[in-house]
Design a protein around this ligand. Structure first.
Ligand code: HEM
Length: 496
């Protein structure tokens, strides 16, 4: 009997737990998170390409952290003047800042330094583009509705903090372009009534450009803001696990279930995605030059290069400043610099409207129900029209930010471009709003016709009375459900 038992248990003894499983069991027993992670890994995650936009943002942020840490080994955040004697001969003997000198050293002497710098810069552009695209996806599909308003606010803050992070980043090398950008920041701060001068002194540590600028910006850029972004992204992930992912309407999908891949499968797929994002960024870094500071030269307060352009995510704010007429008024002996104040207030309004939108919509519509199925943009014509109008303002101001480049490339007057943007800002959003709303209503009407009468087949038959009619085909179940999903039969119960 014991022999038989021994024979039976042999295969069990021969099986050795794989190293990964042993490590996971070790961690589980030490941290007591086994139940939690097992439950989390069993969750279903809906799969759709548009849900990947947030992942692109997350993975490009990881690339930013890795490349940023590499750069910080060699970068010296110093405003101290020094004489450049590196291997880039045209600048030899020039007076530059310590920051510029070290960035030149990273670019020309440090092994892999230029690749890392370029990857860092490209990743920054992609990170913010992915965050904005993700916000737009969430907006147009109504994924921000209860219970995900907080997730929307977190993502919105990632956009705003990411913009400041990018600004402090491209101002670090101390080149002519970044110095010009900083001069704009200084001018904007000084225009703030009453506290403007204090704000400027606080940021620059004295009269611009001051000696503390590099050190302060580096602390903000390398330490503080990345920590804030990491916290915001982590909070997003935690809330996503808490509330599960939204999904598109389809047969079998309701407000109370989730149809998708198990999280453990999704996680593997997503990890593959990390390598694709990193691969694309590093390929771009290897083949496409970005921010060649040796062409701009070191910053000199008395110089501005022509065609100075900020990174794209600051372009809209720059555009607002560029298209505003140079107005000033004097009130009670104090000068109000309207050509800076008005763009500043407009920018705050533009972004606050975006960040607060979920709360505005809830207040206006009174819809406080939980929503887990996504809307098709056409099903909410007013929201969709407001979104496209917001985008049109954003794109117009971005165009305003490129007024000099457009003027030189298309051989038109820079004043003509500026005036076109000014007029556009007052007319285009209204036109875009109206056209989008009409389009959405038209598409709704078409959907309604399809549900009621079926799909047009293009086959015309002649009737016995001599008339002609087109044969309509009934919709399949999936299509029918998608078209009718916007009206749930009764409000869903709040989830436990
Ligand atoms: C959302 C996150 C981040 C964004 C948007 C961002 C953006 C940028 C940009 C646009 C530059 C200018 C690059 C250039 O010279 O062409 C820069 C420089 C730099 N960044 Fe970041 N960065 C981020 C995160 C980080 C992190 C996490 C670190 C370090 C831990 C870091 C360290 C640095 C350093 C040391 C430089 C100066 C070196 C150089 O300019 O070559 N960055 N950053």
């Amino acid at each position: 009997m014991s022999e038989a038992m021994g024979e039976e248990s042999e295969p069990v003894r021969a099986w050795r737990e794989p190293a990964g499983e042993r490590l996971a069991r070790w961690a589980r027993t030490r941290t007591g998170t086994g139940g939690l992670s097992r439950a989390a890994l069993r969750r279903a995650v809906p799969d759709h390409w548009s849900f990947m936009l947030w992942e692109i943002a997350l993975y490009s942020f990881l690339v930013l952290v890795v490349t940023g840490v590499y750069l910080s080994f060699f970068f010296h955040p110093s405003a101290q003047p020094t004489v450049y004697h590196g291997s880039y001969a045209p600048l030899d003997g020039q007076r530059v800042s310590g920051a510029f000198d070290s960035t030149m050293h990273i670019s020309f002497e440090v092994r892999g330094g230029l690749l890392m710098r370029q990857a860092h810069h490209w990743a920054a552009l992609i990170f913010l583009a992915a965050v904005l695209a993700h916000l737009m996806r969430v907006f147009f599909t109504g994924a921000f509705r209860r219970p995900r308003e907080l997730t929307w606010v977190l993502d919105f803050l990632v956009l705003v903090v990411g913009m400041v992070e990018g600004l402090t980043g491209y101002d670090l090398p101390g080149d002519l372009l970044s110095g010009t950008g900083l001069a704009v920041v200084e001018g904007t701060l000084l225009a703030v009534p009453v506290v403007g001068t204090y704000l400027s002194y606080l940021l620059f540590g004295g009269a611009f450009p001051g000696h503390d600028l590099e050190a302060r910006f580096a602390t903000l850029h390398v330490l503080l803001l990345p920590a804030v972004i990491t916290a915001l992204l982590a909070a997003h992930l935690a809330l996503r696990l808490r509330h599960r992912h939204t999904q598109w309407a389809a047969p079998g999908r309701t407000e109370r279930n989730v149809v998708g891949l198990p999280l453990r499968v999704y996680a593997v797929k997503s990890a593959g995605y990390l390598f694709i994002v990193a691969g694309v960024i590093f390929t771009m870094a290897a083949v496409a030059q970005i921010n060649p500071i040796w062409e701009y030269g070191p910053y000199r307060p008395d110089q501005v290069s022509s065609g100075s352009q900020p990174d794209w995510y600051m372009g809209a704010l720059d555009g607002l400043l560029r298209v505003m007429p140079g107005w000033e008024v004097t009130v009670g002996g104090h000068t109000l610099v309207l050509d800076v104040l008005v763009p500043l207030l407009a920018a705050v309004g533009l972004f606050l409207a975006l960040g607060a939108y979920p709360f505005i919509e809830t207040r206006v519509t009174g819809d406080r129900r939980e929503h887990h199925l996504l809307d098709r943009p056409r099903d909410h014509p007013v929201r969709t029209a407001l979104g496209t109008a917001w985008l049109s303002v954003y794109l117009l101001t971005l165009t305003g930010g490129a007024n000099d480049i457009i003027a030189t490339h298309f051989h038109v007057s820079v004043n003509a471009v500026t005036w076109a943007v000014r007029i556009g800002l007052f007319t285009v959003p209204a036109v875009v709003h109206t056209v989008t709303r009409r389009l959405a209503l038209g598409l709704q009407q078409r959907d309604r016709d399809m549900v009621l009468h079926g799909r047009e087949t293009g086959i015309i038959v002649r009737l016995p009375n001599g008339g002609y009619t087109e044969i309509h085909e009934p919709l399949d179940r999936r299509r029918r459900q998608i078209l009718t999903a916007r009206k749930p039969p009764k409000p869903p119960e709040p989830l436990p």
